[in-house]
Structure formats: structure tokens, C-alpha cells
Design a protein around this ligand. Structure first.
Ligand SMILES: Cc1cc2nc3c(=O)[nH]c(=O)nc-3n(C[C@H](O)[C@H](O)[C@H](O)COP(=O)(O)OP(=O)(O)OC[C@H]3O[C@@H](n4cnc5c(N)ncnc54)[C@H](O)[C@@H]3O)c2cc1C
Length: 487
């Protein structure tokens, strides 16, 4: 009788077996959010749950951006924007504590640490979350293998890794990031072409100080390359080659004022949302500032001389006006939420101004802006827009843009577009779509077609036009944790 009773209990168990694919910032945000609520969520009705994190690279918890690298490779945002705990703006600043003083950006008045230091924050947060989950009865383990396939059996999902092992799962969360830079100019394998710039500590090691270097791109990765070359004492010519020549805007000193109108809560209450409504909410934030002047300044991003614009933005780091600050915060908080609610015509309008939108949403930090300005003024750095092609001639690269540029080294600072499928996950994504567990969104990314599948980060289908930042990833991770807890 007693034995039979035990058997019934065992059969009734609904053991949660959560598989997290990818072990970068998104996985950390997910573990942190899963650990946040004490109780027995991991136990199902009885017995313990398991969480398996699959990550083949040595950069566990750090992902592509936050592994060991040069000190000049800095986080791109002030601490309030770098918290991996959604809704807790002070979480990262509290972890940083006194260490922040060593890394103060004088112009911004905020600590900006090397990205490797931020990686320690992610690793510490993951370890604390794992300990907290352990106390709640979960068993968390890391599987150092690439996931190649997820399929369903009658009762469960099965996660298959490259080594052929199969792991049962009740739910799967894809946290696979955005992958590596595309090779837009067909230069892979050419000597002197640095196909993926990170870690810059390794890639720039083979670049002699006096060599001429061309960087493809003019966004934040290109800025990382330029400031790192400068930090290593580069004396040769540096050229930023791109189609648009648009540089990222420059962060302004954060102020205490939080948006009151252009907030996710306010937008959620609107039901259908249009760009005009968002502009009205933005106008309400501006108080006595002139909206039309602000918009004219913004729309000049793609036509004005980028060097003069950079100079003006450096001078405006302390400017008290709120417009740019509000827009930057909203791009990462309201933006990912509202994007899907906008009518297609409004989304198309924003896409037409993609360069402007990306450059205002993902600004460079003032310390890097000052380095760029110094190099531009000294004539060592030039910006060449209109890039069309790059060829190799007698061991030298020849880049055809608004000017012809030659260089011994070309650094690929082009980022994959948002919602790109990382090369490492192509077979995994194929298996999900072939088995009907997910579908491809027409404008990129993946949409779960089964409630047991979740996506966090850049691969989220139909997501916004800018790549995920930490606040966006953290918010998605918190939402995914809620659905994982109550499948
Ligand atoms: C160079 C760079 C700098 C950035 N700096 C900032 C910044 O300062 N501030 C900011 O807010 N945002 C920044 N970002 C944006 C960045 O996208 C997020 O901050 C964050 O790193 C995204 O985390 P993730 O976990 O989604 O992706 P990732 O960090 O890319 O991690 C994904 C992980 O998934 C693994 N993986 C992929 N496929 C598989 C598979 N099939 N099986 C198992 N594992 C797999 C990969 O190995 C990788 O470790 C930066 C992005 C880049 C590229």
C-alpha cells in the first residue's frame, strides 16, 4: 500500500526542466529574474526543478561583448542603464560601489568601466542567482556545448548538443545573442583583414603602430577600434569607412529627471499607438523646449558634417535640455515595447531614418568622443562616407568611397543587423522552424509557436530596429522568467 502511494506521487510530479541556450547577459538576466521570487516555483507540484545553461564558449556569463579585453574597451552607457535586473536601476551601481571612482568619466560625471569589469558583474550576478535558486530547490548546471537542435517528443522537448547528447526539457529559452559581423565586402581570409575585431587585445596585436588602418563602419564598434588603436600609441593613418559617415551621438550628463509621459506604462494604456501619439508624449516631456528645433537638429544627423556635429555635441554634454536624454532613455525602455504596436507605415518611416535613430539611441561615451575629436583635429583620423567596395591590390587594400583610400589593415566593425540568426545557431533555428516550434518573422528573428519556447535578446522576431541593449535584454528576461514560472 505504502509503495503504491509513493508510485502515485512520482507519476504526478511535474518536474520543470528549463533549458537556457546561450550563457551571455540575457541568460544572466533570466537566471536573476528566476531567482527573484522565493518559494517553490522550481518544484512543480513536488520534487526539484532543473535549469541547464548551454554555453560552448569560454566567455560564460559575459557573452561576446564583456570578455577580457583592453582597458580602452569600455561599457557604452552610464550605470543606471547597465543594470541586468529589470526595474532596479541601482543594481549594477551598487555592485560597482567604490570601484566606480577609479573609472570616472570626467565629462559624463559617471563611472564607465572596461567591459571586462562589467563581465565580472554579470558573472557575480549569475553565481548569486544560481546560489539563490539552489536554496529554493532548483538544480542549476552549465553544459559547455553548442545546441544544434530542439525537437518535441510526445511529452517533452529534447535539446540536442553538438556532441550528440540529448537533454530532456519542459521549456526552452533561446538567449543566443546576435552573432558575429557579416563580411559585406567579401574579404574573409585576406591577409590584413580583421574579420571580427573582438577581443581587440588580440586582433590589434598584429597591427604595427605606423600602419595605415581602415575601419569598416562608423558606429560604436568602430569607435572602440579607434580609441583602442590610440591607447596602444598608433601613429599611422586611421580611416573610418562607411556608407553614411554618421557617427553615434554623444551621451550627455545624466540628470535626476525620469520621463513622466513617454513611459511604457503610459504607452501601454493607449491601446493602438501611432508615431504622432509618441511625438505628443515626447512634446509633453520637453516643457519649455522647442520640439521643432529639436527635431530639425535631430534630422540634420545624416546631412550635417559629422566632425562639426561631434564638436558641438561634446560642447553640449552639460547642456541642461532634456530632449536627447529622454529620447535615449525611451529608445531602450519604451522602444522595444512599442515597436510592435506601431502601424507598419510608422515603422517604415522610422526605418527610413535608421542611421539617425541608431546614432541617437546608442550614443558614444564622452571620453571616447574626446579621443576621436583629438585624432580628427590632428588629422590622424578621417571619415570617408559613400563606401562602395574594397579590393586588394598588391597586398594593400583599396577602398572606394567618396575618396579612394588605401590601407594595410582593414578592421570589420560592421555589426550584424538586429534579429539576425547567429551562425552558431543556424541549425538550431532550422530545427525549431521545421518542427513547428517557432516561425521566422518576415522582418527577421524568431516567433515561438509553442508556449514552451521563449526567446530573449536580439533574436526576438519583429523586434525593434536597434540591437538589444542591456535594459532591453533585462526587461525581456524578466518577462520570459514570468512565463517560465507559470507555463
Ligand atoms: C561589442 C558589443 C558591445 C556592447 N556594449 C554594450 C553596452 O556597453 N551597453 C549595452 O547596453 N549594450 C551593449 N551591447 C549590446 C549587447 O547586445 C547586450 O549588451 C548583451 O550582450 C546581449 O546579450 P545576449 O546574451 O543576448 O547575447 P551575447 O552576449 O551575444 O550572448 C549569447 C551567447 O549565446 C551563445 N550561443 C549562441 N548560439 C548558441 C547555441 N546554438 N548553443 C549554445 N550557445 C549559443 C554564444 O556563445 C554567446 O555566449 C554590446 C554589444 C556588442 C556586440
Amino acid at each position: 500500500m505504502r509503495a503504491a502511494r509513493v508510485e502515485v506521487d512520482v507519476n504526478e510530479r511535474e518536474i520543470m526542466e528549463i533549458a537556457i541556450v546561450g550563457g551571455g547577459a540575457a541568460a544572466v538576466g533570466l537566471l536573476d529574474a528566476l531567482a527573484a521570487r522565493p518559494g517553490d516555483q522550481g518544484r512543480g507540484r513536488s520534487g526539484a526543478g532543473t535549469v541547464s545553461v548551454f554555453e560552448p564558449s569560454p566567455q560564460l556569463w559575459r557573452g561576446r561583448p564583456y570578455g577580457p579585453d583592453l582597458e580602452s574597451v569600455l561599457v557604452n552607457a552610464p550605470p543606471a542603464i547597465m543594470s541586468i535586473r529589470s526595474g532596479d536601476f541601482g543594481h549594477y551601481a551598487a555592485w560597482l560601489g567604490n570601484r566606480g571612482a577609479e573609472h570616472l568619466d570626467q565629462l559624463l560625471g559617471q563611472p564607465l568601466v572596461p567591459r571586462a569589469v562589467y563581465g565580472e558583474y554579470l558573472a557575480d550576478t549569475a553565481e548569486k542567482a544560481i546560489a539563490a535558486l539552489g536554496e529554493q530547490g532548483w538544480l542549476v548546471r552549465v553544459v559547455p556545448a553548442r545546441v544544434t537542435e530542439v525537437r518535441r517528443t510526445e511529452a517533452r522537448l529534447v535539446v540536442r548538443t553538438q556532441d550528440g547528447h540529448e537533454h530532456p526539457a519542459t521549456q526552452v529559452a533561446l538567449c543566443v545573442g546576435g552573432g558575429t559581423p557579416p563580411d559585406l565586402y567579401g574579404l574573409a581570409g585576406t591577409e590584413g583583414f580583421l574579420a571580427d575585431p573582438y577581443p581587440l587585445a588580440q586582433t590589434l596585436d598584429g597591427v604595427p603602430a605606423e600602419s595605415d588602418v581602415a575601419v569598416i563602419g562608423s558606429g560604436l564598434t568602430a569607435v572602440d577600434v579607434v580609441v583602442s588603436l590610440a591607447a596602444r600609441g598608433h601613429t599611422g593613418r586611421i580611416t573610418l569607412l562607411s556608407r553614411s559617415g554618421v557617427l553615434p551621438h554623444v551621451w550627455q550628463r545624466p540628470n535626476e529627471r525620469r520621463p513622466q509621459h513617454l513611459t511604457t506604462e503610459r504607452v501601454a494604456g493607449l491601446g493602438m499607438v501611432t508615431l504622432d501619439q509618441l511625438v505628443e508624449l515626447f512634446r509633453a516631456e520637453l516643457a519649455d523646449e522647442n520640439l521643432n528645433e529639436f527635431l530639425a537638429e535631430l534630422l540634420g544627423t545624416e546631412t550635417e558634417d559629422p566632425v562639426e556635429r561631434l564638436r558641438r555635441q561634446i560642447a553640449a554634454i552639460d547642456d541642461p535640455s532634456t530632449g536627447r536624454r529622454v529620447l535615449q532613455e525611451a529608445a531602450h525602455t519604451v522602444g522595444p515595447f512599442v515597436w510592435r504596436l506601431l502601424p507598419e507605415a510608422d515603422r517604415a518611416l522610422v526605418r527610413r531614418h535608421l542611421r539617425t535613430a541608431a546614432s541617437v539611441a546608442s550614443p558614444m561615451v564622452p571620453v571616447n568622443a574626446a579621443t576621436l575629436m583629438g585624432l580628427l583635429d590632428a588629422g590622424q583620423l578621417t571619415l570617408v562616407p559613400g563606401l562602395q567596395s574594397i579590393e586588394v591590390d598588391n597586398g594593400r587594400f583599396r577602398a572606394h568611397g567618396n575618396e579612394l583610400i588605401t590601407a594595410q589593415f582593414v578592421v570589420n566593425a560592421v555589426n550584424p543587423p538586429p534579429q539576425a540568426v547567429p551562425a552558431m545557431s543556424r541549425d538550431l533555428v532550422r530545427s525549431l522552424t521545421q518542427t513547428g516550434l517557432a516561425t521566422r518573422h518576415p522582418s527577421g528573428g524568431l516567433i515561438p509557436a509553442d508556449p514552451r519556447v521563449h526567446v530573449v535578446g536580439d533574436l526576438v522576431g519583429g523586434g525593434s530596429f536597434i540591437t538589444s541593449s542591456i535594459p532591453g535584454v533585462a526587461a525581456q528576461a524578466a518577462r520570459a522568467a514570468r512565463s517560465l514560472r507559470s507555463p
